[in-house]
Design a protein around this ligand. Sequence first.
Ligand code: SF4
Length: 453
Amino acid sequence: MVQDLSSKMRASLHTLGCRLNQSESLLMGDQLERAGYRLVPFGQPCDLAIINTCTVTRLADAKCRTAIRRLIRENPGAFVAVVGCYSQIGYKEIARIPGVDLIVGNGEKLNILQYVSLGKNEHPVIIRDRITKEDFSIEFVGERPYPRRANLKIQDGCSFVCSFCIIPKARGPARSRDLSNLLEEARGQVARGVRELVLSGVNLGTFRSGEGDLVTVVDALNALDGLERIRISSIEPTTVPLELLARMNDPYHALLPFLHLPLQSGSDKVLSSMRRKYTVREYLSFVHRAKELVSGLCLGTDIMVGYPTEGEREFEETMRTFAENPFSYCHVFPFSERQGTLAARMKVRHDVAVKRMRSAKLRRLSERKRYDYYRSHLGREATVLFEDPRGNFWPGYTDNYIRVVVQSNEDLRNRIGRVHLDRLAGNVVEGRLVEVVPDQLTANGRSSALSAG
Ligand code: SF4
C-alpha cells in the first residue's frame, strides 16, 4: 500500500545506465510526487533515496556501488532503496553494503512505493521476483511540468542470446507495452511540455502489440498534436522495418533521421562467436540502403573491443569497417566478463592494457568521424530543439543529432529554432539563430519541413 507521507518528505532519485532506466526514473519521480514527496537533486539532504542501477559491465557495477556508498555517507538518515538491473543480478553484493534498506529487482521496480517505509532496516529487504513474459501497461501519473526531451518506455527485455550480454537475465524476455497505454503516457508527456520523445526499450525492433509493430507506434505518435519529434534509441540491426526509413525521410513526419545500430564488431568471426544475427556484409548493405533513403541520416553505432576471439587482425577489420563506412560516431565498450553469459566461459582473456589501447584507438577515430560529420553540415540550416541554457548560450540537438550551441538573449528553452550552422567549436557546432519557429507551426514534423526547404 502507498504510504501516507507528509509533503515535507524529500526524495532523491539517481539514475545510472541506459535510456530505459531514465524513462523508468521519470515514472518513479512522478509516483513520488503524487505520493507527496518533494523531489530534490541527488546529493542534497533527503529522507528517501532511490538509486536506479545498471549492470551491463563490471565497471557499471562498481559505479553503482560507489554511488550507493556516497549517498549513504552523505545522507546517513535517509531510507536507501537500490533498484534495477544491478539489484536483479548483484543483490547479494548490494546487501553487503551497510546502510542499504531495500533492494528491488526489475520485476517490481515501478511498484517501489509499496515497499518503502520510513524506518531504517537493520538488514535490507530484498524484493526480486521472477520477471514475467507478459506484455505490460504502466500507470502514468505525471503532473509536474516537464518541458524537455523525455524517454518513453515502449518495450522491455530481450529474447536474443548474444554471448556477452547479461541484459536478458537482468530484464527478462522481450515483451511490449500496450499500444493504447503507451499513447496515453505520450499524450500526458506532451501535455506537460515534452516536445521530443525518445522511444526506449531493450530490443525496440521486436515491439509487437496486437497487429501493431514499431511502425504502428511511430505513426500513432506522429498523429499526436503538439509532439514535434520522435527519436528511436538504439535498435538491433536485423529488426529495423524498412518502412521506418521512408518516415525518417519525410519532413512532415515527426520521426527523426537518426539510427543507432549496434555493430559490435567488424569481423565475421567475432560476430559469429558473439552470436550476433548478421554478417558484416549484411549489416553494411542495410546501412548503405538507409543512407541512400534518408537524407542527412545520423548513423551511430556501438562497438565492443577486447572480446575473447578478437585478435589484432579482427580488431583491424573493425577499425577498417568503421573508418570506411558512413558512420557519424561510435560508442566503444571494452569487453567485460559477466557471470552467467556464454562469453564468461571462454578461456582466452585479453589484458586490460590491450582493451585500453584498442578502446583509445577507436575512440580517437570516432571523434574524427564525428567532426567530419559535423563539418559536412556547416553552412546549412537546421532545426534545433533548445535545452537549458548556460548563461545566454543555448545548447540543443538538430533533428539529425548534431550538438549545436547558439548565443541569444531570448528565452529559447524547449523552443525550436532554425539555426545556421557556422563553425566547429570543440565538440559542438556554433550556430546563428535565424528564427524561432512559432509553436503552432511546429506540430508533427512541420519544423523539419521548414528547414528541408
Ligand atoms: S540484442 Fe543482444 S546485446 Fe542487445 S540486449 Fe539482447 S542479448 Fe543483449
